[in-house]
Design a protein around this ligand. Sequence first.
Ligand code: CTP
Ligand code: MG
Length: 238
Amino acid sequence: MDSTTGVIIPAAGSGTRMGSGQVKQLLSLRGRPVLAHTVHRLMMLETVRYLVIPTSPELIQTTRNIASQCLREAGREKDVILDVIHGGDERMDSVKNGLLHLMGSSADVVLIHDAVRPCFPLNAVREAIRLALSNGAAILGIPASDTVKVVRDGQVVSTPERKSVWLAQTPQVFRKDILVDAYKKAEKSGFKATDDASLAEFAGYPVYMVRGSQENIKITYPSDLFFAEKWVQSHSAV
Ligand code: CTP
Ligand code: MG
């Protein structure tokens, strides 16, 4: 079963925890911005026809330059429509802007992927796209290796059984109609979340888990840059 995939890369964050004075998506890995590595790898997915990147107003031009160079290098500038748009205050707002942008497009599947995760496994993503198309929603994640505690006011309140705890990653992939409905329902009831799958769950849709990879880190702290630099050195073509 073939799909038309619309990709949204939220890239409007300010990188507070990194504390580098520059946004994480533009930090350099082997001489190229993190975002370039991420876009380059996403362009290896054959079904992508739309690429929407929400970012902050002052980064629109830079972001457009980076992404269009990646499309050219991948030979995808003719078959992928690129739009760089305004993000929002929260990640959820940025994704919502991207989704509004894709509403009238022919994309049947929407794939959301953090700009700051350049080390994702391609075959797992292909599997998630297939699953989303057939079952509605699929995300990448890994089983927790540590025991997870729920803590309130410094006190442990519960311990979920470790074998049922997975850590969510991106890409997260949804049939477009499901994601639109999930965002509408969340907005109507003021539901906030830190990933997109939570919104689909809130709206009552089943979400399937595909085993991602431990290497698929979200670059958050300075030490993550060392890992990502090494990773792109051995895996990336850019
Ligand atoms: N993001 C976004 N719009 C926001 C906030 C975040 O598009 N208002 C994006 C980031 O650019 C990143 C992804 O969402 O690609 C994951 O966010 P996170 O890792 O939290 O990045 P930042 O928000 O930039 O970092 P921090 O939370 O440390 O400030
Ligand atoms: Mg953030």
